[in-house]
Design a protein around this ligand. Structure first.
Ligand code: UD1
Ligand code: MG
Length: 449
């Protein structure tokens, strides 16, 4: 077959009105990543010569998200055929195949794209290949009208279809491969005399036929080609992406006790022999070392967890939390922009923000790093092997020396030297027998009334 060049045009100019969102539809995330980037990743494995994304006016955030790929602005949304035509200048002189994809169909597989390319080149008369699928509910998808020899005769949009055509179960997924030498000639000739008054890309199928060229289709699975139009579709796509991520984790040697309850991010990185208990959520940027155990109900984002550490249950790791090897982070502990070094323990009810807990240190229950004075954040440093008694407040900026002990209930506002004991709380006093005498007095008063 030889190496044919490929250009990819991704249509994403639609506002996605039905999403009821301020954000362009194709930027809505799946597993924490804009949906369109999944498609662009898939496309990258075809090593295309050119990729052009058609965006709507004022979609700067979209142009940024897809950079360094070229974007072209479709100023008026006159239909999918018109949208492809806006790439004419960028694709001028390009010789090869053009794949037209829709940004809101992000889960398309590489196998389907390869199959299209293969069918496009099997027969020199073939000019267009589309992806068909048989959805459970064909709803308002365009229908594929086929001939007895299996070739594709036309794509008829639902609104323009007759009752017989609407009864066809084979639908247009919207993905199309066109031989480049024909594409813009076809686009010049499509009109907008149809139910929507739009320039339909799908009309090029009938045009090709009329010029004695052949059109064909390949079938894709519904799970890869369904389009995301409403939030229900987005939720359905998220479920599929999560399913893939969980499967990949299991295959890579991660134990998920109840996979369906663990939510991953597209970039979650987990080492070997890690056990993840039910109900755990990974936000973006989490790296988990080998042999870590993450117990139930933890939430993590932009955090690094060293080998052999134990997290949770009920722990929250916020951005820039770095947990050292073998460290323990227990229930109702929040760590933010702080390093908990190897073997240190923060087991209960604590806030560790903007600081360091030295190796092997022990942070007692209810310890708070008071990092914020209402204006600025300051640093708390706890030295290696230090012991912080329960219910202590360490008021930053402050440093506790290595091996030092802080008495329970202390409010520490000054630095503590290495190996010293610091206690900063009201001194305990005792009045012998006072309680008994007090009760006796009260009893006497009552009887005297
Ligand atoms: C389209 C197909 C239909 C197919 C369905 C699959 C046409 C005419 N119809 O219909 O056969 O079954 O997709 O989901 O192609 N877009 C632009 N500029 C435009 C119009 C659309 O960039 O002027 C983009 C949209 O952002 C979207 C894609 O093209 O990503 C599809 O447009 P949409 O209006 O959703 O087409 P459908 O009516 O769903
Ligand atoms: Mg659509």
């Amino acid at each position: 077959m030889g190496k044919r060049k490929t250009a990819v045009v991704v249509l994403a100019a639609g506002k996605g009105t039905r999403m009821k969102s301020e954000m362009p539809k194709v930027l809505h995330p799946l597993a924490g990543r804009p949906m369109i980037l999944y498609l662009l990743d898939t496309v990258a494995s075809l090593a295309p010569e050119r990729v052009v994304v058609v965006v709507g006016p004022e979609m700067h955030s979209l142009a940024q998200a897809v950079a360094p790929h070229d974007t072209v602005v479709q100023h008026q949304r006159l239909g999918t055929g018109h949208a492809v035509a806006t790439t004419r200048d960028l694709l001028r002189g390009f010789e090869g195949d053009v794949l037209v994809l829709y940004g809101d169909t992000p889960l398309l597989s590489i196998a389907t794209l390869e199959a299209m390319r293969a069918v496009l080149w099997r027969d020199p008369r073939t000019a267009v290949v589309v992806v068909g699928f048989r959805p459970r509910d064909p709803a308002e998808y365009g229908r594929l009208v086929t001939a007895n020899d299996g070739s594709l005769v036309a794509v008829v949009e639902y609104r323009d279809a007759s009752a017989t055509q609407r009864a066809i179960g084979l639908c247009n997924a919207g993905v199309m491969a066109v031989k480049g030498e024909h594409l813009f000639g076809f686009l010049d000739r499509i009109g907008n005399d149809n139910a929507k008054g739009e320039y339909y890309l799908t009309d090029i199928v009938a045009l090709a036929q009329s010029q004695g060229l052949r059109c064909a289709y390949v079938e894709g699975g519904e799970a890869e080609v369904f389009g995301i139009n409403v939030r229900r579709d987005l939720a359905r796509a998220e479920a599929l992406v999560q399913e893939r991520l969980r499967g990949a984790m299991l295959d890579a040697g991660v134990t998920l006790i109840d996979p369906a309850t663990v939510h991953f991010c597209f970039d979650t990185h987990v080492g070997h022999d890690v056990i993840i208990h039910p109900y755990v959520v990974f936000g973006p940027g989490v790296r988990v070392g080998d042999g870590v155990e993450i117990r139930s109900f933890c939430h993590m984002e932009r955090a690094m967890i060293g080998a052999g550490a134990c997290i949770g249950p009920y722990a929250r790791l916020r951005p820039e939390a770095v947990i050292g090897e073998g460290a323990h982070i227990g229930n109702f502990v929040e760590v933010k922009k702080a390093t908990v070094e190897a073997g240190a323990k923060v087991n209960h009810l604590s806030y560790i923000g903007d600081g360091r807990v030295g190796a092997g240190a022990n942070i007692g229950a209810g310890t708070i790093f008071c990092n914020y004075d209402g204006y600025a954040k300051s640093f708390t440093d706890v030295g290696a092997g230090a012991f912080i008694g329960s219910n202590s407040a360490l008021v930053a900026p402050v440093a506790i020396g290595a091996g030092a002990i802080v008495g329970a209930g202390s409010v520490i506002t000054k630095n503590v030297s290495d190996h010293a004991l610091a206690v900063a709380r009201g001194t305990q006093m005792e009045m012998p027998d006072w309680a008994r005498l007090h009760r006796a007095r009260k009893e006497a008063e009552r009887k005297g009334k």
